[in-house]
Design a protein around this ligand. Sequence first.
Ligand code: GP9
Ligand code: MN
Length: 623
Amino acid sequence: MKRTIRSNISLIAVAVLFLWMKTYIVYKTSFNMDIENALQEFILLINPLSFIMLAMGIGFLFKTDKTRNRYLLFTSFLLTFLLYANVVFYRFFNDFITMPLLFQTSNFADLGNSVTEEFNLFDILYFADVIILFLLLKFKPSIVKFRPMSKMNRRAYFLSAVAIMFLNLGLAEVERPQLLTRTFDREMLVKNIGTFNYHIYDVFLQSKSSAQRALADGSELTEIENFADAKFAEQDDELFGIAKGKNLIMVSVESTQAFVLNNEVNGQEITPFLNDFAKESLNFTNFYHQTGQGKTSDAEFLTENSIYPLSRGAVFFTHSGNEFTSMAEKLAENGYYSNAMHANNKSFWNRDIMYKSLGYERFYEVSDYNVTEDNSVNWGMKDVPFFEQSVGLMKDMPQPFYSKMITLTNHHPFYYDEEDKMIDEYNSNSGTLNRYFVTVRYTDESLKRFVEELKASGLYEDSVIVLYGDHYGISENHNEAMSQYLGKEVTPFVSAELQKVPFMIHIPGVDGKEISTVGGQVDVRPTLLHLLGIETKGDIQFGQDLLSEEHESFAAFRDGRFITEDYVYADNKCWDKETEQPTDNSYCEPYIEKAATELSYSDRVIYGDLLRFYDPDSAKKEE
Ligand code: GP9
Ligand code: MN
């Protein structure tokens, strides 16, 4: 009896079970993953299984016990080693290993030291199952005997592995829509698809971009340089350098669309502070976001580089190893202390890595803030304490500084604490839109308090304050409620116009002014640098200074739509801005080509990592 039970334990089943259970235990003990509900827990439990089954399943193909045993042991060891490497890395960096990170050789010196300090004698426990498997195979091979399977059973084994993978991906999609195309946070990826699949996905992203990069050479850049030079809009002499030497504080205001400005809900003003602040600022009233799937990070990418983000995926993830000539870097070269402030997990949108490529000297992230249950809601720390603590940090910064700040409270699903509710919810069939007004109002209040604190600290007079909306907050899924609010149908024209976001530049001592030229986030870099008295001629930029006489009214969206002075191109139709109705397509035709050329040049810069061939000094000499 005893004998049959023993010989019934299949070696492959043992190898799978050991590694599966261990991975789950490691998830629970060595990584700090927030699990919010039973579904997430279930996903976490099953996510390593399909990969492990497939990897160990290869064992069926070996003909002799010896080679098969070696393969299974080696695979157990290798996968354990990968898991363990992540554990050690996580102890220090609170993050998972990525391929671009392994290629960032300049970080290796720091990394080596931090990693060796994180080893621990008890870590041998991570390998316990591999050791047990080894001992069993060596001394008690009869216990874990390989049981050959019939062809049909083997097929069933592989089919169930694939089925589990699809179940996992399906559940992950429910839990986090567009998980892979948007490539959110790495923690979220590991939580949903599992650590092993995550590494495969990461290798895929890496090899794809390496191939495109490898095929590129410097000659491509010349064509793009010519394009950028032809596009350059000469700065206005009177405005150039008007804010020279001042600090630059740029706030990415989460999910804030322009339609809330100077508008009411239930008779209550939605953004009283922004409405006043706009009057004291250079206020751009036809400014559009141009983001794609990378959302907030795409807005950051656009404003920093004056290059478009990608049409799929987030460039912060896919091309974080590229060379850039960002605003942060340029300001640092001009004596600024460039930094970013955002009280969220630093690896969200791969910021911890991308910010280094963008040349920020410091990233003030969640661990730099005092975040408590009380001062958090929805996605994390509330905007009021975020700004309050940020001013505290700013007081100690060397001046002039450039701080890029990102708010968080007004984020989908727009949950708020009752105590922060300053206006009533709207009443429609969309809870999202109803709550949106309340959280926008809260963020407006937080900005008001921020400016008050800057005044109290003495920083206000020495600082240019820039506010921009990162992207839409209300998607087209809420068109019915939106049309109820706007009192008109949300046609493709209205939808495109809803992509307008606030953009205001406040310069102490400079009168406010409304500027109605059509522009977008891609125009931010040259506009701001020129105000700070820094030339951008010769830089590879796809945007233009919005304050230049030569600025052309135009904003291309990442999905092929665009806006001109008089027309909106959406849903393959040309809409007349005045009548808000479709008109003859020929009015838009010349711009269709223009938008496509511009976006494709921009994509080539990213895919080919072309800025690595760019030499600013030689560009200057040629002038
Ligand atoms: C998270 C925040 C939100 O750190 O920037 O990102 P989003 O989902 O808006 O792109
Ligand atoms: Mn955002």
